[in-house]
Design a protein around this ligand. Structure first.
Ligand code: SAH
Ligand code: SF4
Length: 360
């Protein structure tokens, strides 16, 4: 077996090496994370980019077994944020020099929804003088819809594969066409074809998931050549079918540590992509996002959704900051980011370097 220090000098890893690296503990794990920090600072630098997050709607036609806003859950009050509230959040982002927004939503493909997103994209472009870059995270859509949204002003799209193992995917979703693994892969292809900066990712620590699966996930993200990634721990939600397996899960701390190792490894494997420090990391550890920044992440998504809707957008339980207005969150966030040794890229789009290089 090669020495750890030698393996860490590589840019590509075999599946077995990834399994070994993901499982590191103690001092060896520290070496992995230090290597990732070094790669990040050398290639994308220590800047963090803000993406103001608008959780536009919790109405969803799907029934993913892990998610708190799945269609069959009767508890959340179903909402769409009003146009006025979306534009106020966009203005807040613009005034606070974020330069970027994310519009996330439950998945729907009815015409009213598709047209509404196009309308909001155009309005946001208008009020910000085309200066905000917009990421969408609204699930699987037709090529036509992806094109329409791209044309209306969206630049980036996040669609997590959730797991790259089709057998595991089937265990986490109902068995029907609406939840098809193959269709999700096709949707990622359509996004690439439509010239988005494409982001994907997985949940970490799900029932039935092994380190083997996670090693495959890293290789998958590399193979499809993502421009951006968002990965975070799975957090069980009472009102979902997967809750019955809660006693078989690894501890929250283990899921958190494995998530940090995933971020660190992906940074080493794909030095030029953008990687988000996800909110689910913060749900487990109050400093979770800052810790992710220190091992390779370079994007943070402060929540700009009006507080009154947040209780109804609980994808998982213990979601942080559900009662804090955006302004309050920002002050504490900036201080924490500086403590983590990073600076904030105000007024910068912070587009994926990987995407730019692919364009050339
Ligand atoms: N409907 C869209 C976007 C909203 S869901 C979609 O599914 O793509 C955004 C992400 O939340 C999902 O991709 C999933 O990875 C994450 N998520 C859902 N339930 C979760 C849970 N219980 N724990 C952690 N993350 C979860
Ligand atoms: Fe809907 Fe997305 Fe939740 Fe699945 S993960 S139920 S598509 S909001």
């Amino acid at each position: 077996m090669k020495k750890l220090a030698d393996i860490l000098k590589q840019k590509e890893f075999s599946k077995n090496e990834l399994i070994y690296l993901l499982s590191l503990k103690g001092d060896e794990r520290k070496q992995l994370r230090q290597r990732a920090a070094e790669v990040k600072n050398n290639i994308v630098g220590n800047k963090v980019y803000y993406r103001g997050l608008i959780e536009y709607s919790n109405k969803c036609k799907k029934d993913c077994y892990y998610c708190g806003v799945r269609a069959s859950n009767q508890i959340p009050k179903r909402y769409d944020i009003t146009d006025k509230e979306v534009l106020e959040a966009a203005e807040f982002a613009y005034k606070n020099r974020f330069a970027s927004l994310v519009i996330q939503s439950g998945e729907r493909s009815d015409k009213a929804f598709v047209d509404k997103i196009s309308f909001l994209l155009r309005e946001i472009q208008k009020i910000s003088d085309q200066k905000l870059h917009i990421t969408l995270s609204c699930g699987e859509q037709s090529l036509e819809t992806y094109k329409a949204w791209r044309k209306a002003g969206a630049h980036r799209y996040l669609l997590r594969i959730e797991t790259s193992n089709s057998d595991l995917y089937k265990k986490l979703h109902p068995k029907n066409q609406l939840h098809s693994f193959e269709e999700r892969i096709q949707a990622l292809k359509r996004l690439r074809e439509t010239d988005y900066q494409v982001g994907s990712g997985v949940m970490i620590g799900m029932p039935f998931q092994t380190v083997d699966h996670l090693a495959e996930d890293l290789l998958f993200l590399k193979k499809i050549d993502v421009d951006m990634a968002g990965m975070g721990p799975f957090i069980e939600h009472k009102e979902t079918p997967l809750y019955q397996y809660r006693n078989q899960l690894m501890s929250l701390q283990e899921r958190f540590d494995l998530s940090l190792n995933m971020v660190a490894l992906l940074r080493i494997m794909m030095p030029t992509i953008n990687i988000a420090a996800t909110t689910a990391m913060q749900a487990i550890d109050p400093q979770g996002r800052e810790k992710a920044l220190m091992v390779g992440a370079n994007v943070i998504m402060p929540n700009l959704s009006p507080v009154k809707y947040r209780e109804d957008y609980l994808l998982y339980e213990d979601k942080p900051c559900i009662d804090e207005e955006a302004e309050e969150c920002l002050n504490c966030l900036a201080a924490r980011i500086h403590m983590a040794g990073s600076t904030i890229g105000f007024d910068e789009w912070g587009d994926s370097l990987h995407y730019k290089m692919r364009q050339q």
